[in-house]
Design a binder for this molecule. Structure first.
Ligand code: FAD
Length: 518
């Protein structure tokens, strides 16, 4: 099974990196590395994991020219390291050239769609960007010239040379070259269709097609059913005298998987738990915001708005409310256009003499948001809960408010600036742009968030991010709120008056329970 919280397991053909192995693996390495920085709670990371695993299997024999790794930034032990590597959203793919010196040398790789082929080609393109620090295990990938082929067997101690003739936009030759790097006694070179002399010499008429040259001077077309990567690779690996060299396929370095099984906490679905809410505050302010070493522009605005609504409406324990008010005061007094996180951190951890222990626990405890496995629920669940609560609290304290969009605007800004699940943030921004500004009253704000959350629930129902023990239902279900549901013309309808009444009761201070708080 997967290590607790992680989306990958030791059986996967990739390296499970940890805080203590990331730098020693990817920096000053004779291999290039492509690392997926993910957060196990991020739905899109869950969705992307099968692709990444399949890519790892597909190119596992390209090691040690290039290795694939993963690091779970949701694991508390890894958080600082993810900050050091500049990771602000998930999943983030970073390519480290061989002999990279520092975390900043990692280059972000855009992953359009979920195509393994695109990712594979992007790896090749990045490998080709190596200049003087070419990974020693990586064979040449550039097209062969007439001169190189003519003198090939004099300068290379191999029995076979496979020539793959192809057009310049084809990746086939380079893929087969990398597929064969762990094998000895055979070399592969691509030849471009524009290389007229070689095309003529071997009588090449189809691109792609391939020819096998043998040291004794003979050559012949490689007989394959299809001119495709797997057929070429299969043929070449079975040539007499071709053997696997000393390179081993990617395996994780000795890794201690820390197994600290989390106890199941008793929770009641009709209640709201303070432990979830305080964990959301901790995670938002001290993990998500902390990913930005300096906050500027829109992020400063978003943080100020977020903390302002927390200070006004969060129905927390007295010391938490005091804490939020003091952070809010501090932020209001910041006149500079940028805030170093280190300065904010001092305010977030400042404890006055005689005050209760640390204000926010330095950890998360999920109760109502606990999933049946560590990668389910947790933080995103608590963030929804927090914002529903705030929209409802704003309806109870109207005189404090600045308008119907106060809480929703703060949520929109927070999600856009800080929520690590970037695709979630884009979806949410899409919904906000579409209709948020039509909200005219604070009651409508609570209902707007309720109905958009149900849209998200509908979209995610049955996908791999759904915790099987907590199916994504339209909420509140009939057992929680019978009067919310009605039927008109045999179709389900919500009674929004009843829904609003239910939201106000469900997200009221009287329904928040202190179980499992310290
Ligand atoms: P959640 O959906 O997180 O709900 C938490 C709790 O809120 C529920 O247990 C229930 O008590 C209550 N609740 C449920 N529905 C409502 C409602 N309509 N109104 C009020 N209360 C309700 N994941 C993706 O995979 N793709 C996405 O695009 C995506 N976008 C997201 C956008 C945002 C802004 C957020 C905060 C999260 C997003 N997520 C996305 C995560 C996803 O919505 C869930 O939060 C996550 O999968 C955990 O689900 P859950 O079962 O704990 O319930």
């Amino acid at each position: 099974g997967a290590p607790p919280g992680g989306l990958y397991s030791p059986g996967d053909p990739l390296v499970l990196l940890q805080v203590d192995t990331l730098e020693s693996s990817v920096l000053n390495s004779s291999s290039a590395w492509l690392v997926e920085f993910y957060a196990s709670w991020c739905g899109h990371c869950v969705h992307f994991a099968p692709t990444w695993r399949a890519l790892a299997a597909d190119i596992q024999e390209w090691s040690p020219a290039v290795n694939l790794g993963v690091l779970d930034c949701a694991d508390i032990a890894n958080q600082k390291m993810c900050g050091k590597f500049g990771i602000t959203g998930f999943p983030t793919l970073k390519f480290f050239k061989a002999f990279s010196k520092s975390p900043e040398d990692g280059m972000k790789i855009f992953h359009p769609g979920d195509s393994i082929q695109n990712l594979r080609q992007s790896i090749i393109t990045n490998l080709e960007m190596h200049k003087e620090t070419w990974p020693p295990a990586c064979p040449p990938l550039e097209p062969a010239s007439v001169e190189e082929i003519h003198g090939f067997f004099q300068t290379n101690n191999v029995t076979y040379l496979a020539l793959i003739f192809e057009t310049s936009d084809s990746f086939l030759g380079r893929e087969v070259t990398l597929d064969m790097l762990q094998y000895e006694n055979v070399a592969v070179r691509r030849v471009l269709s524009s290389e007229e002399e070689l095309v003529k010499k071997y009588g090449v008429t189809a691109f792609p097609s391939s020819f096998l040259l043998i040291k004794n001077g003979t050559f012949s077309r490689i007989p394959v059913q299809m001119e495709a990567r797997s057929f070429y690779t299969h043929f070449l690996r079975r040539l007499p005298g071709v053997t696997r060299g000393p390179y081993a396929p990617t395996r994780a370095p000795d890794m201690q998987i820390k197994t600290t099984p989390t106890p199941r906490r008793a929770a009641d679905r009709s209640k709201v738990y303070m432990a979830d809410l305080e964990s959301a505050l901790h995670y938002a302010l001290r993990v998500e915001v902390a990913r930005f070493s300096v906050l500027t522009g829109e992020r400063v605005r978003a943080l100020k708005d977020f903390v302002a609504v927390l200070a006004k409406y969060f129905p927390g324990r007295p010391f938490v409310r005091n804490f939020l008010r003091s952070v809010d005061r501090w932020l209001r007094n910041v006149r500079e256009s940028s805030i170093p996180y280190s300065a904010l951190e001092l305010v977030l951890t400042n404890r006055k003499e005689g005050q209760a222990p640390a204000v926010l626990s330095n950890n998360v405890t999920w109760v109502g948001c606990q999933g049946s496995e560590p990668h389910f629920r947790g933080y995103p669940c608590s963030l929804w809960t927090l914002f529903h609560l705030l929209t409802v609290q704003a309806t109870r304290h109207r005189r404090l408010g600045t308008g119907p969009l106060e809480v929703l605007g703060a949520m929109r800004g927070y999600v856009r600036s800080f929520f690590g699940c970037r695709e979630c943030a884009q979806h949410f921004e899409g919904m906000a742009a579409e209709s948020m500004d039509k909200v005219r009253r604070v009651d409508e704000a609570a209902l707007w968030l309720w109905s958009r959350h149900n849209r998200v629930n509908a979209r995610l129902a049955g996908t791999e991010t759904e915790d099987p023990q907590f199916p994504k239902l339209q909420w509140p279900p009939p057992e929680l709120c019978p009067p919310c549901h009605g039927v008109v013309n045999r179709r389900h309808v919500w009674d929004e008056v009843a829904v609003l009444r239910f939201l106000k009761a469900h997200f009221s201070p009287a329904n928040i329970f202190l179980d499992y708080t310290e």
